[in-house]
Design a binder for this molecule. Sequence first.
Ligand code: ADP
Length: 397
Amino acid sequence: MSNSYVLVINSGSSSLKFAIIDSVSGDAIVSGLGECFGLPEATISWKFNGEKTQEAIEAQGNHHQHAIKRLVTLIESLGFTNDIVAVGHRVVHGGEKFTSTVKIDNQVLTEIERLSDLAPLHNPAGAKGIEAAIEAFPNLPQFAVFDTAFHQTMPTKAFTAGIDKDLYTEYGIRRYGFHGTSHFYVSRQAAKILDIPVEKSGFITVHLGNGASVCAVQNGKSKDTSMGFTPLAGLMMGTRSGDIDPGILEFLMKKGWSQDQVFDMLNKKSGFLGVSHITSDARGILEAMEQGHEDAKLAFEVFTYRVAKYIASYLIPLTSLDAIVFTGGIGENSNIIREEILNNLSLLGFVVDSEGNDKARFGNEGIIARSELLGAVAMVVPTNEELVIARECVERL
Ligand code: ADP
């Protein structure tokens, strides 16, 4: 009997992450990355059986297409052709149209392209990956799994911006939220670990990676989340500012900054990088802080303070709280950052369990703090977005 593997594709503008996931065991059989697309040094690399291989991609033409064509021959050479049952694409923006995973046909693809208006950096790249994959794997069903879909359950009061309502009806300006697959997955896993039914659970899920967002998940449904119309809103991130006073934009433009300069600063030169002037990477911030770098310490403090403030305010959408759930590269690995966030929440009764916090790292889940006051815990749950995508596809075959 053949396996039930899904090829998961996450197509960015200059890169393409991929994985072959065993939808039953959850194992990643192969995982890889195409990068530097659009440049002569474009490469594709993958890991199989612990061994890493890297190759150059043909310099001319469409690198998304070249990379995906290479996947066809890679899958053949590994002998997995008959094991792959579907292709699952991570698509950033599903707007209000896509509230769950869909099987891709021409109409869906057109709609994803149409939504590029809302996600100009992401959806065109997603569409490129889908087109190349349909060409390369014409006989496999292909599915789109949207980052925004999980948040479509937010009530109107949570997604409405406090601006002229015509801007919503005319342009669709509202909170959409992102990282939905991760918030979905860790809320389900947390319920399993705590042995409570997800439909009677309350979580604040805290995804801290290069991008970062908080989500209030009541009874399995997203009730509010910190990213907004774009993934720039909410928490301070690696290079993104998160929330700032929009008056700053007007001020800078009056000082002669162009629109591109302002948004380049907010998206690429802010966050850990902007405050520390050293790095966008949390590990680098922690190392510099240890060596006494003051702006690295400031970046750490601004970040942890902002996360704690968001967590506290995300009690508002909930009717019960079982756990604060940390995930993402920082949330899964940095006991120091988690401890500082939880110390900022001491008024809510959270007391860190140092041993638990030390243990829950590098792929280990676990309870890291408890609040007698709220009858809740803080815990770590490693995320697995590829597995969600694989399972969503298989469920719809
Ligand atoms: P992305 O959002 O790009 O998927 P990740 O979820 O992989 O990113 O998170 C990347 C972040 O996780 C980086 O800031 C990195 O420094 C941080 N990180 C990874 N391991 C550790 C660690 N051991 N301690 C602190 N931060 C870590």
